[in-house]
Design a protein around this ligand. Structure first.
Ligand code: SAH
Length: 355
């Protein structure tokens, strides 16, 4: 049986399912899900990410978090967490860069949240010797200061999609047409969670709602508000998302999200306003949403690139220059990707970010 057969049987039994339910099946089905069955990263996979492009990304994130730890009085026990660590590359670069920060490694306990058994195995190999612990959900993270990074994690969480119709909304669904998966629309209904979107949308506009993200961010922020810490959330998206941003990527090229579920990555743009408001409701401050290029420049990526360049030549030097450009240039990842910092109300924002 394929995942497509399984989803088709589910729709025959239950009727059309929400886009969120479809994404959850396609990405996380225990036997056939996209993430559960493979390592999707890198040149041979379907997409690549900032830490896979250059070691500089994880190094600078690590130093930014270590600076927050220093600024908050070097708590002697803290959780160093990563959500969706992929191949463990960012965490490995972060750990190498922070080795020289006195006391940081001795005080940290590494906590990882990872749905994919394939990637968990890779992370275990990459981080051998650092005793990471995998947690099944955020609520189980220890009650202690929390320093956290999530790069391209929130874009993988399922979203529901709603089309504005008068003062109500029609939910987009996945059903069957002539036996083939196809999009449909539910009946008009009020959506209290979208009350604030009645002010900036018109009939026919589509908005996305990521119901999984809000409780996760609230839990992270309540740890930080209570015990101290900092979270850096890096992803593509905007302050307030508008429009259908569901996309499928297969072998680095866009493809049809309903074709052959489980074989392509599915993502949506992150609605950072929703994350910021969840952090605030749990008692934390949040930074201005900052483009990745600006953030990395402020953290000194160009100095770091020059230091690395001094030891390189030929192809290695060309690829370092290309990586620097790819991470920071406004026409590459520099503007599309953004950083939101979450931090205790009484402290200054993390390095590279403004209040
Ligand atoms: N942060 C990494 C990988 C990004 S890909 C990098 O930048 O390279 C998304 C990651 O999130 C993968 O590790 C994927 O398996 C994980 N993931 C996706 N949905 C998840 C969920 N619901 N719970 C836990 N991990 C999830």
């Amino acid at each position: 049986m394929s995942l497509s057969d399984h989803i088709t049987a589910r729709i025959r039994a239950e009727g059309p399912i929400s886009v969120a339910d479809y994404m959850a099946e396609a990405l996380l089905h225990p036997s056939y899900g996209y993430y559960t069955t493979r390592d999707p990263l890198g040149a041979k996979g379907d997409f690549t990410t900032a830490p896979e492009i250059s070691q500089m990304f994880g190094e600078l994130i690590g130093l930014a978090l270590a600076q927050c730890w220093l600024d908050q009085g070097q708590p002697q026990r803290f959780t160093l967490a990563e959500l969706g660590p992929g191949r463990g590359t960012l965490m490995a670069d972060l750990l190498r860069a922070t080795k020289g920060v006195p006391g940081f490694h001795a005080a940290m306990q590494i906590a990882l949240l990872e749905a994919s058994p394939t990637l968990r195995a890779r992370q275990a190999r990459q981080l051998a010797g650092h005793d990471p612990v995998w947690y099944p959900n955020i609520a189980e993270l220890p009650e202690q200061p929390l320093f956290l990074i999530a790069n391209e994690f929130f874009d993988a969480l399922p979203v529901r999609q709603f089309l504005r119709d008068g003062d109500g909304w029609r939910e987009k669904s996945v059903g069957l047409q002539d036996g083939t998966l196809s999009f449909g629309l539910g009946a008009v209904a009020p959506q209290p969670a979208l009350a604030h979107r009645l002010e900036d949308t018109r009939d026919g506009d589509l908005v996305e709602l990521c119901e999984a993200a809000q409780p996760m961010v609230q839990t992270i922020a309540s740890r930080i508000a209570r015990h101290g810490g900092t979270a850096l959330i890096v992803d593509y998206g905007d302050w307030r998302s508008l429009g259908d941003t569901l996309q499928a990527l297969r072998a680095h090229a866009p493809s049809d999200p309903l074709k052959d579920p489980g074989s392509a990555d599915l993502t949506t743009h992150v609605d950072f306003e929703a994350l910021a408001l969840a952090a605030k409701s749990a008692g934390c401050a949040y930074s201005r949403l900052t483009p990745q290029g600006v953030f990395l420049e402020r953290l000194g990526i160009t100095d770091r690139a020059q230091a690395l360049a001094a030891r390189l030549n030929g192809d290695a030097l060309q690829s370092l220059i290309a990586a620097h450009r790819r991470l920071t240039h406004p026409e590459e990842m520099g503007n599309l990707f953004k950083i939101l910092g979450i931090f205790p109300e009484e402290t200054a924002p993390p390095p590279g970010l403004n209040a």
